[in-house]
Design a protein around this ligand. Structure first.
Ligand code: SF4
Length: 205
């Protein structure tokens, strides 16, 4: 490899499933694309960071996709959905809805990295209350929380923005919130600060 070639950081995971797991084949394919001395970074948001030479990024994305790995950009983008383990089952806990939401929003450009968490019941293993945007499935509907802040001495629990949403209402509302943040957020302004600045009414007006 050309030592001076630009390296690109990719966020990788096994997609939305029963727990944040990787199988042996996926691990082997990841290892194939690492050099001696390279390291994988394990993040708190169910992603692994790997650095790939810029000229190989598309090839690596394809190889990873073949074994069911998902790749996302790193930086000021919507992160892939952090989920619970769906312990009571795929349908019951709304995994298809989580997958569709992830498909619609992950990787969108925003002023600062945006974390969205999904949890399949009120026990809340996916920690939705501590994320910028959190979704909690309540029987057949979805509650939407915003404004959680997990880091710092001023950590804060998010608040309920909308409740009893259908899947379509959930997709629509989350996409609108992200669009408002993209359009009105200042460069590198966190969603938490953005929300404090504009208030909840402007977010969903
Ligand atoms: S949030 Fe509920 S469905 Fe999801 S893993 Fe926890 S207990 Fe199971």
């Amino acid at each position: 490899m050309n030592q001076k070639e630009k390296m690109v950081k990719l966020a990788v995971n096994g997609g939305i499933s029963f727990g944040a797991k990787l199988n042996a084949k996926q691990l082997a394919v990841i290892a194939e694309h690492m050099n001696d001395g390279d390291e994988l970074e394990l993040t708190t948001f169910q992603q692994l960071y790997i650095e790939i030479a810029e000229s190989k990024v598309e090839l690596v994305r394809e190889k990873f996709k073949e074994v069911g790995l998902s790749c996302y950009p790193v930086g000021n983008f919507v992160k892939s959905l952090k989920t619970c383990n769906f312990c009571k089952g795929e349908e019951e806990e709304g995994m298809p809805v989580a997958k569709e939401l992830n498909h619609r929003i992950a990787g969108k450009t925003v002023p600062f990295t945006l974390k969205v968490a999904y949890t399949g019941c009120p026990i809340g293993c996916g920690e939705p209350m501590l994320s910028d945007i959190g979704i909690m499935k309540m029987r057949d509907h979805y509650n939407l929380y915003v404004g959680g802040k997990a880091k710092g001495k001023d950590a804060e629990v998010g608040f309920l923005l909308k409740e009893n949403l259908t899947p379509d209402e959930l997709y629509d509302t989350v996409e609108k919130i992200i669009a408002v943040y993209s359009q009105m957020g200042k460069k590198r302004e966190t969603f938490y600060k953005f929300l404090k600045r504009i208030g909840r009414d402007q977010l969903i007006s």
